[in-house]
Design a protein around this ligand. Structure first.
Ligand code: ARG
Length: 588
């Protein structure tokens, strides 16, 4: 049979073994097909591991088989005839090893080159998702934790979007809460003519925040005023609403600078957006009998937690949890999202676990994880400085994100100038490359780690052109592009007229890795782990190097085929860069 490649190689292999197992297994025995990519150096490209488990199920039932290897033989023999398969054999206690046909592999890659890499996009079981990320707090510092959230959230959104999911990219800005009382009062005091206040007048909102906070802590009259201001603001007094809007606007302009530099798109729906719905949502939970009184507050008791989840404070006000419950309700019911992903530091894990649990108790969500509608807290670790402590800059205790990104760019520009690129390139080229490399380095250094671990922010390391860095990968890509350019061949013409062959082991290994792109993206999506894609990308460049260091491309008899392989590698690398939010470069 002709097997059309849908992109996910592992799934295609699973389908073959599914069919084989249905023939092999006596009726009524249900089996879940166990297929895994074979480890490097092992025979075969994929292996089916069902024989041993199956044997233990059927041995007592008068089976004709004489042990697991025989079951393996049957699985192998019953495999449908497919042009995908070169050979299938059984090893050891019953491992069924499948070797893919190199010819089929080559053909599938050729097809991708013509139809485009989007034809390899995974299909996920959801239509619409919310990714709640970045989410800084108004007037407070947007710290490196928010930078991590922005980078990780953007990548997850990109991977889901590539997988044909409609993603609502939500900035759940902390724009509501008691801190606004003091900020507004302080604003009135400093700028009696509030209307004319501009960004430049306030200058730095963080300093402004600190000043108002110290006044709040030291001056009891001010404190009282601030507390009254909160009531007025929440009661909708236009003068207070205006002052609030002004402060939010100034913060927003600051945040936008970071997003613009990182090329991250986000739609702000801050905490204040959900405020009008909270009373209703709490009412719904109440009518289900979930809410109880406790020490003047209203809370939800949850199994497995030693403290209850507070949803109404003793003063009658709402809090972070009531807002999040309401936002969840809104996202599920109004926005019809089937998957909601929250990206924050792991320190907030308990908060998420608790309100997720409350939502399950209310029947808004299924009881088990990974069933839809699904919620996930994507936690991440701290950012540490080279000294091993929480990351700070020399000059201040606050790391200005904009300065950080500027420094990455400046450093990569300096490195390019040291290599004489300022003499080869136009100033624009130099600037764009420095930006792509500098920002790419910051993003990749963050994404390549398992997000749950703390990571050390180290400019020297992330900007090194050796090892697993964005710089190394971007250069690897640019080198491939330059080989194609140097050949003088029209690659689009080659795609149409020439054939790809994967005759040599290094060519084949590279081709196989290319074909594993989609299953990798799918895995990174379902486990919400961008580092899986980073590993894939790094592996890809290593495999390319193994191929290129042994085989001549330009001027060899296999030139056309090898140029196609170079092009396919470059296409997949670019897609990885795109999914990681990194701008590729074509020249080095
Ligand atoms: N503003 C919060 C913070 O800075 C993060 C909000 C995350 N999103 C959410 N829906 N709770 O810590």
């Amino acid at each position: 049979a002709n097997q059309e490649f849908t992109g996910n190689l592992k799934r295609e292999v699973e389908k073959l073994f599914d069919a084989s197992l249905r023939l092999t297994v006596p009726d009524g025995t249900s089996v879940e097909t166990e297929v895994a990519a074979s480890l490097p150096g092992k025979p075969g490209d994929y292996q089916c591991n069902n024989a041993m488990g199956l044997w233990s199920v059927i041995k007592g039932k008068g089976t004709q088989f004489r042990g697991p290897p025989a079951v393996g033989q049957a699985i192998s023999k019953n495999l449908p005839v497919s042009e995908m398969v070169e050979t299938c054999s059984v090893a050891g206690p019953g491992f069924v090893n499948l070797v893919l046909s190199s010819k089929w592999m080559a053909k599938s890659i050729e097809k991708m080159l013509i139809d485009g890499i989007d034809t390899w996009a995974p299909t996920l079981p959801v239509k619409r998702a919310v990714v709640d990320f970045s989410s800084p707090n108004i007037a407070k510092e947007m710290h490196v934790g928010h930078l991590r959230s922005t980078i990780i959230g953007d990548t997850l959104a990109r991977m889901l979007e590539y997988s044909k999911v409609e993603v609502l990219r939500r900035n759940h800005v902390g724009d509501w809460g008691t801190q606004f009382g003091m900020l507004i009062e302080y604003l009135f005091e400093k700028f009696p003519d509030t209307e004319s206040v501009t960004e430049t007048a306030i200058g730095d909102l963080q300093t402004f925040y600190k000043a108002s906070k110290s006044k709040f802590d030291s001056d009891s009259d001010f404190k009282e005023k601030a507390q009254k201001a909160v009531v007025r603001l929440q009661g909708g007094d236009p003068i207070y609403r205006n002052a609030w809007a002004k402060i939010c606007e100034i913060s927003r302009t600051e945040f936008a600078k970071v997003y613009q530099r990182l090329k991250v798109e986000l739609e702000e729906k801050g905490e204040s957006f959900y405020n009008p719905y909270i009373a209703d949502v709490i009412g719904k939970l109440d009518s289900k009998g979930l809410i109880e009184e406790s020490e003047g507050a209203r809370v939800i008791f949850l199994e497995g937690f030693n403290i209850p989840l507070m949803v109404v404070k003793s003063d009658g006000g709402f809090n972070y949890a009531s807002t999040d419950l309401t936002a969840l309700w809104y996202r599920l019911n109004e926005e019809k999202a089937e998957w909601i992903v929250y990206v924050t530091d792991v320190g907030q894990q308990q908060h998420f676990n608790m309100f997720f649990k409350a939502a399950r108790k209310a029947g808004w969500l299924p009881d088990s994880d990974k069933t839809y509608p699904r919620v996930d807290h994507v936690g991440f670790g701290l950012v540490l400085g080279v000294d091993g402590k929480r990351f700070r800059t020399r000059s201040s205790d606050v790391v200005r994100l904009v300065d950080l990104l500027d420094e990455a760019k400046t450093r990569s520009k300096t490195a390019l100038i040291e290599r004489g690129k300022d003499k080869e390139w136009t100033p624009e080229e130099l600037d764009q490359t420095a930006e792509a490399v500098g920002y790419g380095a910051v993003k990749y250094a963050d994404l390549k780690n398992n997000r749950l671990t703390n990571y050390t922010f180290n400019f020297d390391q992330m900007l090194s052109d050796k090892g697993n860095t964005a710089v190394y990968l971007l250069y690897a890509h640019a080198r491939i592009c330059s080989i194609i350019r140097k050949s003088g061949k029209d690659i689009d013409e080659l795609k149409k007229t020439e054939k790809l062959a994967l005759d040599h082991p290094e060519e084949r290994a590279l081709g196989l890795h290319l074909l594993r792109f989609a299953e990798t993206v799918e895995e990174a999506c379902s486990n919400l782990l961008p580092n899986v894609l980073c590993h894939y990308l790094y592996d890809l460049s290593e495999r390319y190097t193994s191929f290129y260091s042994i085989h001549q491309v330009i001027g060899s008899p296999e030139e056309a085929s090898r140029l196609l392989l170079c092009e396919a590698t470059a296409v997949v690398m670019r897609k990885c860069f795109h999914l990681l939010g990194i701008t590729p470069v074509y020249k080095i």
